[in-house]
Design a protein around this ligand. Structure first.
Ligand code: PGA
Length: 260
């Protein structure tokens, strides 16, 4: 099944108010590719300004699982929405590692975001050690199974609200990318898990690839089956690096006929 492609940028801890101009440049250029969904997940303090400045969906990079309360420094799903976000990343490996976030916590965050009407990009991925042990698919499948939301109480279907991003930790920011066969095998395993978990909608949930995606490798990655877009870090910061990735997604859509 060909799904509508999603190319989402993750600005991580980059961006000041001056960079709203770059977000505007990205949004203006992205309008040229109406068959591709494009979103930018920016630092929390830029969300409100970015969301006011552009029509492009703006997202957070993390969310707390609680509705409110004594959680110093944390941001709730309602706060993200209030600031103008329409989506959020959860479970990025930089948070799973540095903030020791567990699968259960990631799942609770995804559920809190969905309950509030935010779309979710849920990240999973293996370390180099796991990849070299030959257990990458089993490990990432277990991680996904334990992180997937079971509660998603708003009116839209789960496939409209949730995307999964496969991001091998060893490929993030390193310039290294798995082979297309490795990506295909992992995305197939994740697709099977999604169908098991959501029999009605699992085939329609987008599975993004993330980790050193650039304009120069995007077309090859988008050509892999069950790759429905990308989560892009470093190359999302500048329009001139990011838009070629969006263009590659648009070309993939065009080459495969009408997207679902
Ligand atoms: P990268 O980051 O594109 O800079 O490798 C991807 C990510 O962490 O989402």
């Amino acid at each position: 099944m060909t799904l509508r492609m999603l190319v989402a940028g993750n600005w991580k801890m980059h961006g000041l108010s001056d960079d709203i101009a770059e977000i505007q440049a990205i949004a203006a250029a992205a309008r040229e590719y109406p068959d591709v969904d494009v979103a930018l997940c920016v630092p929390a303090i830029l969300i409100e300004r970015a969301a006011r400045a552009v029509e492009l969906p703006i997202g957070g990079q993390d969310v707390h699982f609680a509705e409110q309360g004594a959680h110093t420094g944390c941001i709730s799903a309602r706060m993200l929405r209030d600031a103008g976000a329409s989506l959020t990343i959860v479970g990025h490996s930089e948070r799973r590692d540095a903030q020791r976030e567990s699968d259960a916590e990631v799942k609770a965050k995804a559920e809190a975001a969905l309950a509030c009407g935010l779309d979710v990009i849920l990240c999973v991925g293996e370390s180099l050690e796991v990849r070299n042990s030959g257990k990458a698919e089993a490990t990432v499948d277990a991680q996904l199974q334990a992180s997937l939301p079971t509660e998603h109480g708003v009116a839209r279907s789960i496939s409209e609200q949730l995307a999964v991003a496969y991001e091998p930790i060893w490929a993030i920011g390193t310039g290294k990318v798995p082979t297309t066969l490795e990506i295909a095998a992992m995305h197939r395993a994740l697709r099977e898990r999604l169908i098991l978990q959501y029999p009605e909608d699992g085939a329609k949930i987008r599975i993004l690839y993330g980790g050193s995606v650039k304009g120069s490798n995007a077309a090859e990655i988008f050509g892999v089956s069950d790759v429905d877009g990308a989560l892009v870090g470093g190359a999302s910061l500048k329009r001139d690096d990011f838009i070629p990735i969006v263009a590659a997604a648009a070309e993939t859509v065009e080459a495969s006929g009408e997207a679902a």
